[in-house]
Design a protein around this ligand. Structure first.
Ligand SMILES: *Cc1c(COP(=O)(O)O)cnc(C)c1O
Length: 372
């Protein structure tokens, strides 16, 4: 007989899929340690307390947690449809837009398929793609941190099933324009799905901003991703959504986790959606702070990519980790990407001031933005 006691102390013999075993770990933004006041500028969160209407809705929803939520989040989906001006059938909600992206990939990718993405971009992408059985194809962003759409179009092969566009791009900051996305959609073959991740859409203040939803009528191979985690300040609640043509939406919904948006999240997101004036006001404050921070950095001599999200990117190259450590010592948590740069969220004015003090002592490293 096998000695089960011994077995318990050795590794499990169950093999993981090789692509799962090889995955990089998702590195979350640093969290403050107990007992010390730190400004958390490491996860692109909104620096405001939860919206008053959301707090009230959550305490009401808490009373009925013995019940399953509405499986399809009907009320939230309909409210989103109204908010966006599309039929509710085109909206798919999920446990954060990262989960919705996973369901999109699972719905369309087969083993060996390729997914083209810009790099550096959102670090959840190169994890979600292999989990779905597909292979990431990473196309370096240009020297200004922008998607190189020409190179991305050229990277499409017979094996490409999906292209991921992130606008504004996390972590470098620049946004695509509506004309660029439209032109790109015309270049990409009809059977290749283009996912436009507009997580930071509310913070964009450039000419010709993207509006993925407005492109859906003319482009059948587009899916738009949005989230309640950023402008709505609900990162902890986990609600995101996709908007797509009906047949695709049905497929993505089929691939989704049953009851994937919990009862609190449904109630909170509905209340947030109904607080649009306050949301807009808070976003304006963040944008004003972002403009103040970028102007101060320019004054210090930094030359930075265009910041269209609620964060700035310092291309510090090899000094990224050292900068993050210096910031931590001063009481500011930032997000370093080793060898490339540091992403710093726009937070409360005092935190931003402290970050600016740290930044005074450093200057732009001319290291390339991305090594694919
Ligand atoms: C923060 C972020 C999201 C949001 O993800 P959730 O799962 O909705 O919290 C999506 N895409 C990008 C590029 C992001 O930076």
């Amino acid at each position: 007989m096998r000695d089960h006691g011994d077995m318990a102390r050795t590794r499990s013999s169950v093999t993981l899929r090789p692509e799962i075993a090889a995955l990089p770990a998702y590195v979350p933004g640093a969290r403050a340690s107990r007992g010390r006041q730190m400004y958390k500028l490491s996860s692109n969160e909104l620096p405001f307390p939860v919206l008053p209407a959301v707090g009230a809705a959550l305490s009401d929803a808490g009373v009925e947690l013995n019940r399953y939520p509405d499986m399809y989040a009907t009320e939230l989906t309909e409210a989103l449809g109204t908010h966006l001006g599309v039929p509710a059938e085109k909206v798919i909600v999920g446990n954060g837009s990262v989960a919705v992206l996973a369901h999109i990939l699972e719905a369309v990718c087969e083993p060996g398929d390729q997914v083209v993405m810009a790099w550096r971009s959102f670090e959840a992408y190169p994890i979600a793609v292999p989990v779905a059985g597909a292979e990431p194809v990473m196309v370096p962003v240009d020297g200004a941190g922008r998607h190189d759409l020409t190179a991305m179009a050229a990277a499409i092969t017979d094996r490409t099933r999906v292209v991921l566009l992130c606008s504004p791009n996390n972590p470098t900051g620049p946004a695509l324009t509506q004309s660029e996305v439209r032109q790109f959609l015309e270049t990409v073959p009809d059977d290749v799905l283009v996912v436009l991740d507009e997580a930071y859409i509310d913070f964009v203040r450039q000419d010709d901003p993207t509006d993925g939803v407005a492109l859906l009528d003319d482009h059948k191979h587009l899916v738009v991703l949005r989230t309640f985690s950023k402008a709505y300040g609900l990162a902890g609640l986990r609600v995101g959504y996709a908007v797509a043509r009906r047949r695709l939406a049905t497929g993505i919904r089929s691939a989704s986790t049953p009851f994937g948006v919990n009862a609190m999240a449904q109630a909170g997101a509905l209340a947030a959606l109904a607080s649009s004036d306050l949301v807009r006001d808070r976003v304006e404050q963040v944008v004003a702070e972002r403009d103040r921070v970028t102007a101060a950095l320019a004054e210090q001599g930094w030359s930075l990519p265009d910041a269209q999200g609620n964060f700035v990117w310092l291309p510090l190259g090899r000094r990224a980790a050292a900068f993050a450590e210096a910031a931590r010592e001063s009481g500011v948590l930032v997000r370093p990407f080793d060898g490339e740069g540091v992403r710093v969220s726009v937070g409360e004015p005092d935190g931003n001031d402290l970050f600016l003090e740290v930044a005074t002592d450093w200057t732009t490293d001319q290291a390339p933005l991305a090594q694919a």
